[in-house]
Design a protein around this ligand. Structure first.
Ligand code: LRH
Ligand code: MN
Length: 418
């Protein structure tokens, strides 16, 4: 499929020499940084390979998967080329199959794992007034049962995380009792938490508005954190980059959740206005770098509980590629995460600490900028090549003929969509 020759050997040693020198000046070895980059894992979303859109229009694209297996095939190529996307998050019922064990084996055959299981409590008519927080006990029962089914699915797919986002909320003041909704929500979550296997986690995703336009039941990190603290240690907060009000300092939320040992994972994407679900790093690469900077620092923290929390974070992409080509968009998104992490790993933390302790604000800020402004592309080409991937995944994809092949072969049937 991908002509090996396309992956021209890069003059790796020469190209990474500047990075090696930069690290040597810090008394650090290139191997340490390369080792952490080789261990980077980004989970891609099955729904990112399918058709998606806005309330105005869903634009179908040629070659889009008609089956979960075709989604996995596309995800497998993204992993082969980047070396850093070995798992796919699933959404239920969008990805429901009859035989989960067979799907798991099929994925393994593609060198892929099945990742987080995402329940869907936002598309059934009965959820108009909410799901886990709904005033009607019968509706809450249905919603809890759906999440319990997702726990059963996770057991079959070997997934660690149940990744839960709720559209629950109200549109007008007085529509419902806000504390009563929280009580109902917590009771539903307690039943779900009790059903988790000891190796499983419940990731609680917050969002400040939409589709609710007055009060969202889990609207911010504080509401999610306090719910998780009431549930237990395996309930952790999921940070979707598109779910904050303008101007919110997301890297500070990340630092806080790490300090609380409650950062469970991310839904990475880019946004300029609302929950735009654009390619991560496309609108604000500095913010993505600053988020990875908090994570890279926490991974090395002397506080072993904080370091363990940072190392257990689930890095997941949650995007909808409404107009751009889906597989190239996913490739660039993974590449942007690799670049942000690589830059964060180059931060001279000793110099940063010295400047902070000396109160030298400009020097401290410049220490971060120096890493952010470092060209890490040769380093990443080196790391990917070492993982059997492509020096430049997008060039390799263009040369592979894969897009032309899927557009030729995937004719007929129903394209998958939200
Ligand atoms: C909600 C959300 C959530 C999903 C969906 C696909 O906006 O971020 O994570 O399940 O997008
Ligand atoms: Mn999300």
């Amino acid at each position: 499929m991908v002509r090996e020759a396309e992956w021209a050997a890069v003059d790796e040693d020469g190209a990474v020499a500047p990075i090696a020198a930069l690290l040597a000046a810090q008394g650090r070895a290139l191997d340490e940084v390369e080792g952490r980059l080789r261990a980077q894992r980004i989970e891609t979303p099955s729904w990112g390979y399918a058709n998606s859109g806005t309330r105005f229009k869903v634009f179908p694209q040629p070659g889009v998967p008609r089956t979960v297996e075709e989604k996995l095939a596309d995800a497998a190529l993204v992993h082969r080329l980047t070396g850093a996307a070995p798992a796919v998050a699933l959404h239920i019922p969008w990805d429901r199959v009859d035989d989960w064990a067979a799907l798991r084996a099929h994925a393994a055959g593609l060198v892929l794992a099945l990742g987080a299981i995402n329940p869907n409590l936002f598309q059934d008519e009965r959820y108009k007034l909410g799901s886990l927080a709904h005033p009607d006990a019968a509706v809450r029962r249905q919603a809890v049962d759906h999440v319990l089914e997702c726990v059963t699915i996770a057991r079959a797919t070997g997934s660690r995380d149940i990744s839960l986002w709720l559209a629950d909320g109200t549109n007008y003041p007085g529509q419902d009792d806000l504390r009563a909704r929280r009580r109902r929500l917590l009771a539903s979550l307690e039943e779900i938490y009790a059903a988790l296997d000891p190796t499983m986690r419940l990731l609680v995703e917050y969002k400040f508005y939409e589709p609710a336009f007055y009060a969202t039941d889990i609207a911010d990190w504080g509401m999610a954190l306090t719910l998780c603290q009431r549930l237990g240690p395996r309930a952790q907060v999921l940070v979707d980059l598109g779910h904050h009000a303008q101007g919110v300092n997301i890297e500070q939320i990340v630092a806080t959740l790490l300090a609380e040992e409650r950062l469970g994972g991310f839904h990475f994407n880019g946004r300029k206005y609302g929950d735009d679900d654009l390619m991560v790093g496309s609108t604000n690469p500095l913010e993505l770098f600053l988020i990875y900077n908090e994570l890279a620092a926490a991974e090395e923290d002397a506080d072993t509980a904080v370091a363990a929390t940072a190392r257990a974070v689930a890095y997941m992409i949650d995007q909808s590629h409404n107009v751009e080509a889906k597989i190239p968009a996913m490739l660039l998104s993974v590449m942007n995460c690799q670049a942000a992490y690589a830059k964060a790993l180059l931060v001279d933390r000793a110099a940063l600490r010295r400047a902070q302790e000396a109160g030298d604000i400009v020097a401290a800020h410049r220490t971060l900028l120096a890493a952010f402004e470092t060209d890490v592309r040769p380093l990443l080409a080196h790391v990917r090549a070492g993982l059997g991937g492509a020096a430049d995944p997008l060039d390799a994809y263009a040369a592979s003929g894969y897009q032309e092949r899927i557009e030729r072969e995937r004719v007929g049937g129903n394209q998958m969509s939200w």
